[in-house]
Design a binder for this molecule. Structure first.
Ligand code: GUN
Length: 284
């Protein structure tokens, strides 16, 4: 019988840690950390995410700014906005919610954020830092995935970890973090010939593809730890992951629900990253 990993409870604990840290930092440096979140356009899912990010920042006591820009904002205007935040000494973290409208080059935007304010860990300087084992900001969702696995008490070292998905935001960085923890890592993806044969190898399975119900119970090794990063809407409009919870829960030893698993952890880790950016700036 699978035990549910409570991402909501763990995220509340991480946010409480952040709240205590913010209080300590304000007393020590006379200033709170400040997170700026930019959203371009009216993607409803993105609007919910950014609202939750700003809400979490308020909970921790840090300052935050939400910058809402219309869908027809030009790339140039967005880049100017980012430049202004890069140069603003009161700002510690800059996050541009993805995806961006089609006419804006995402790569250019990510590159434009000052590395030291890149709370998402998407800047090439942070990506190379992760892969070279240097001190850097780690992307929020992958960091949250590792915290969720650690919360089960299952050791990652020596285990076979299968990551399904190879995005820059989740699949690739989570694979590197699992490798850093001495797992034997396999990366599967949309062209993997027999996905079930690969996922059945997993002691730890992380699924980040964006396809509802992709992984079913018959694709799991009994006793595996399942982390579902998917965030999809099913035919009835209900939020669901990439993992078919009903068939996987009885086979897994631990499993994250959707909602209430990885999602809240991403936001909690963003608070930690903002504090890390603040600290490196204050200690420069
Ligand atoms: N869109 C989906 N996930 C993320 C994330 O972690 N950061 C940003 N900036 N956009 C996203």
């Amino acid at each position: 019988m699978g035990k549910i990993i409570d991402g909501k409870a763990l995220s509340a604990a991480v946010k409480d840690e952040a709240r205590a840290k913010v209080e300590e930092l304000e007393a020590r440096f006379g200033r709170k950390p400040c997170l700026c979140v930019i959203i371009v356009g009216e993607n409803p899912a993105s609007q919910v995410y950014v609202r939750n990010k700003v809400k979490a920042a308020a909970y921790t006591g840090m300052d935050s700014r939400l910058i809402e820009m219309p869908a027809d904002t030009t790339e140039e205007t967005l880049l100017e906005q980012i430049k202004a935040l890069n140069e603003d000494p009161a700002v510690d973290g800059v996050l541009v919610q993805l995806p961006l409208p089609k006419h804006i080059d995402e790569e250019k935007v990510i590159d434009a954020i000052a590395r030291e304010k890149d709370v998402d860990g998407f800047h090439p300087g942070n990506v190379s830092g992760l892969w070279l084992g240097k001190d850097c900001i780690v992307p929020c969702t992958p960091a949250g995935v590792i915290r969720l696995i650690d919360s089960t008490g299952v050791s990652i070292q020596g285990k076979t970890a299968v990551v399904v998905g190879r995005s820059n935001i989740v699949g690739k960085p989570v694979a590197k973090l699992l490798l850093d923890r001495n797992a034997t890592v396999v990366i599967a993806h949309s062209r993997t010939a027999d996905l079930g044969a690969v996922t059945r190898l997993a002691d730890i399975l992380v699924v980040a593809v964006g396809k509802a119900g992709l992984v079913t119970g018959d694709m799991l090794k009994p006793g595996t730890v399942v982390i579902d990063v998917g965030m999809n809407r099913n035919a009835e409009g209900k939020l669901c992951g990439d993992v078919d919870f009903a068939s996987c829960e009885p086979v897994a030893s631990w499993i994250t629900p959707v909602p209430g698993g990885v999602g809240p952890m991403t936001i909690a880790m963003l608070m930690q990253n903002t504090i890390s950016c603040y600290l490196s700036r204050m200690q420069e």
